[in-house]
Design a protein around this ligand. Structure first.
Ligand code: NAD
Length: 299
């Protein structure tokens, strides 16, 4: 039986680890949060007492952590010193390209196979096992990476060498951050013009305004039942996380000499919503700010 160590059982990692267990793999799970670890135990995973104990004896190590600093620390202190050299190491967090390349170099120097494999799809796809993975790895390792991710994935695409998965992810999320604000502005304007939100959805979703932010993740409550807008913008993809990704895109754009003015504007608007208290809410809650409302109260 394949032994999977899974570190980071939050909004995304919780469902992803559960799908590894559902596929019949032995999952040793670890998170700093006792509540997250309890949830994983209830979904067929075994709770490890520490990250280093989770990775001992693993065939595959998967991390789903908040940001680059967490990934660098867990790799340096827990994974590289304690995992068997035969283990395949896959980081699914969204982090900066430099951290991904630094961790890849350390892993390679220590004799491991490593892949950066950030995801697209949100918490519903994490729970359903239908995420899209974008992978940066050595070409010969890709088949093993694809097999390791299979219980959690709808599609897995190799973007290129180490760091390329993260490059694809921050470019994708820059599109998402900008498009969500566009959709929210349209709903706020439709409301001021006296147009019913559900009717606007019906028309725009069949017209040229159609996009993922509208039809799969609608910020206006009602038309898309699985969207966080129907549960007070709880869970989902936190504004603070979107802000992190847009900052990563701006840093990368500045380093690469690329122009990304709409990305910069979107970063400024999410930063404002974060300062107003919306950082813990799903990023589609920025609709409330654009409607001139206060952020919805925390749960
Ligand atoms: P989250 O904050 O819900 O989960 C992160 C988990 O990591 C937490 O449970 C935290 O306790 C744990 N953690 C932090 N440091 C740790 C350590 N040293 N050891 C063990 N556990 C530790 O975040 P999330 O929404 O699950 O996102 C995780 C990653 O996935 C982020 O990089 C995010 O950008 C990316 N992502 C999120 C979504 C989404 O919709 N939420 C979508 C795509 C990608």
């Amino acid at each position: 039986m394949t032994r999977v160590a899974f570190i980071g059982l939050g909004n995304m990692g919780g469902g992803m680890a559960a799908n590894q267990a559902k596929a019949g793999r032995e999952v040793m799970a670890f998170d700093l949060s006792a509540a997250a670890l309890d949830r994983a135990r209830g979904q067929g995973c075994k709770a490890a007492p520490s990250a280093s104990q989770a990775v001992a004896g693993a065939d595959v190590v998967i991390t789903m952590l908040p940001a680059g600093a967490h990934v660098r620390k867990v790799y340096a202190e827990d994974i590289l010193p304690h995992a068997p050299k035969s283990a395949l190491l896959v980081d699914c967090s969204t982090i900066d390209v430099d951290s991904a390349r630094a961790v890849a170099a350390q892993a390679k120097a220590a004799g491991f196979r490593f892949a950066d494999a950030p995801v697209s799809g949100g918490t519903a796809a994490a729970d359903a096992g239908t995420l899209a993975f974008m992978v940066g790895c050595d070409e010969p390792d890709f088949a093993a990476v694809e097999a390791a991710l299979e219980p959690m994935s709808r599609i897995t695409i190799r973007a290129g060498d180490h760091g390329a998965g993260q490059a694809a992810k921050i470019c994708n999320n820059m599109v998402l951050g900008i498009s969500m604000i566009g959709v929210c502005e349209a709903f706020a304007l439709a409301e001021k013009l006296g147009l019913d939100g559900e009717r606007f959805f019906e028309i725009a979703s069949k017209s040229s305004g159609q996009c993922w932010s509208l039809t799969s993740y609608c910020p206006w409550p009602g038309p898309v039942p699985a969207a966080p807008s129907n549960r007070g913008y709880e869970g989902g993809f936190a504004t603070a996380m979107m802000l992190k990704d847009l900052k990563l895109a701006q840093e990368a754009a500045a380093k690469a000499g690329a122009a990304a003015p709409l990305g910069a504007a979107a970063e400024g608007l999410y930063a404002l919503f974060d300062r107003l208290g919306g950082g813990g809410k799903d990023f589609s809650a920025i609709l409330e700010m654009l409607r001139g409302h206060a952020p919805p109260p925390a749960a």
